[in-house]
Design a protein around this ligand. Structure first.
Ligand code: MN
Ligand code: MN
Length: 464
């Protein structure tokens, strides 16, 4: 079974549609370099399409009718969007779930110091990164600083043409004899990732005058003190925009495709849905997947089922615990997360027949995990048959894949956490090259096929 290249089936009109969707995604990615920014963009998208806040609906004691559209953000870091279906919520939902956090480098709580005329921010990386990939390139600083009184400064510095950028230095090649013989995991160590943020001494200061200069700037421009770093979340990400890749512009090179390239079409598939669905639709964009889906905004938290409980209450006869259990148990889900794209330059870690190939459409992973499928959700054959029916019916190009050759590594997604409710879940996403690198690669046609596939799933999936 060899799947065809999706581009080959496109006529001009389809090419234009794929390109237009890629352009919209690029704008989303440029505006969403952190989970908070993605939620803010998602809320704007939902509101623009007539979704109202679930929390507002609750306050007003509003009852939801079939066709009603609501969104619910959680702590500004996770987002859910629902369209109430004709059938009761307890008969199950069609759910698309993705994550909006990406690997990056975070600023420590007590970060600012000076060494030999250079001011630095000390950092602690987030998620699985090759640390050596992050040095010697322009970086931007995004996030929030919350003052003791609760007021908040939102930062996104390093993106505009006239913004300053930041950088981790690397050792010059001339003196790198020892470094070059080290293991890749030790070439640049975590504690070496100290971000250069200043070099201008504050006149009249004897001690730490450069650090004092940076603090004065922060005070003048943002009204923040050194202690305010204690209650800040600052994320260091590659500076600059997502770009078309290749002479033919068929691909996108950008930061954070994992997993915003699935999050965006998942959300859009719900917000673009017209009319009233048979079954309630849900898109959930969640945080903290890259560090194990823990924390109050990760998929392991109860915020999702709690929110569905609220939805049940507003949409029907009240929320008996059993109703909620039924709603979750009877649901069908695509866990939309990226797949490891087959890379001809590193072919030995893949088994080609069962690898996600770029430009061959949306990719279904029956299982992930490591060491004999360890820790994975292994989707049911009956469910996969249903998914095949839906994809073929909508003329969506799809492929199936595993993460790599047996026993060469592994990974996971949010699928197994949703599967614990007893619902049918399968991983469905887009092939990525250089996953978790500062710049990742995807094919525009895969994004377009994923969007079409997600739309078909929302419309067609039902109890089987
Ligand atoms: Mn992912
Ligand atoms: Mn990842």
């Amino acid at each position: 079974m060899v799947k065809k290249n999706a581009w080959e089936q496109y006529d001009e009109q389809e090419m234009r549609k794929a390109e237009a969707f890629a352009a919209a995604y690029r704008a989303f990615l440029d505006g969403g370099k952190t989970e908070r920014e993605c939620v803010a963009e998602g809320v704007e998208e939902a509101k623009a399409k007539g979704f109202i806040s679930l929390w507002d609906a609750l306050k007003e004691g509003r009852r939801l009718q079939p066709g009603d559209r609501v969104y619910a953000d959680w702590m500004g870091k996770s987002l859910m969007a629902f369209i109430v279906g004709t059938h009761p919520v307890s008969e199950g939902m069609n759910i698309l779930g993705a994550h909006i956090d990406s690997p990056r480098v975070d600023v420590k709580q007590n970060p600012l110091y000076e060494d030999e005329g250079i001011a630095y921010l000390d950092t602690h990386y987030y998620g699985g990164i090759k640390k050596y990939q992050w040095v010697a390139q322009p970086l931007a600083l995004h996030g929030v600083i919350v003052r003791r009184d609760g007021t908040k400064v939102t930062l996104a510095l390093g993106e505009k043409d006239d913004d300053p950028v930041f950088c981790f230095s690397d050792l010059l090649i001339h003196l790198a004899q020892d470094q070059m013989s080290k293991k890749a995991s030790e070439v640049v160590e975590g504690e070496t990732l100290n971000l250069i943020v200043g070099g201008l001494p504050l006149k009249g200061e004897e001690k730490d005058s450069v650090k004092q200069g940076v603090l004065k700037l922060l005070k003048d421009q943002y009204d923040i003190e050194e202690e305010d770093f204690l209650s800040a979340e600052l994320e260091i990400v590659p500076a600059g925009k997502c770009r078309d890749l290749g002479f033919d512009r068929s691909m996108l090179l950008g930061y954070g495709h994992d997993d915003r390239v699935c999050a965006y079409p998942s959300l859009r598939a719900v917000t673009d849905f017209e009319g009233t669905p048979d079954y309630t639709l849900c898109a959930i964009l969640t945080d903290k997947e890259e560090i194990g889906s823990v924390g109050a905004t990760g998929m392991n938290s109860n915020f999702f089922e709690n929110t569905v409980a609220e939805l049940c209450t507003l949409a029907q006869e009240g929320c008996a615990d059993l109703n909620l259990r039924r709603a979750l148990r009877n649901s069908r889900m695509l866990s939309s997360d990226v797949s490891a794209g087959f890379d001809p330059n590193f072919a030995s870690v893949f088994e080609k027949k069962n690898a996600a190939i770029l430009s061959r459409g949306v990719c279904f992973n029956k299982f992930t995990g490591r060491g004999g499928k360890g820790g994975s959700n292994d989707a049911n054959a009956e469910y996969i048959a249903e998914i095949r029916r839906i994809m073929d019916g909508a003329n969506v190009d799809f492929q199936t894949a595993e993460l790599g050759r047996v026993d060469v590594g592994g990974g996971g997604t949010i699928a197994y956490m949703c599967a614990k409710y007893g619902m049918n879940v399968i991983d469905a996403g887009i092939a990525v090259l250089s996953m978790h690198a500062p710049y990742e690669i995807i094919a525009k046609c895969d994004l377009w096929e994923a969007y079409k596939g997600y739309c078909a799933f929302l419309k067609e999936a039902k109890p089987f």
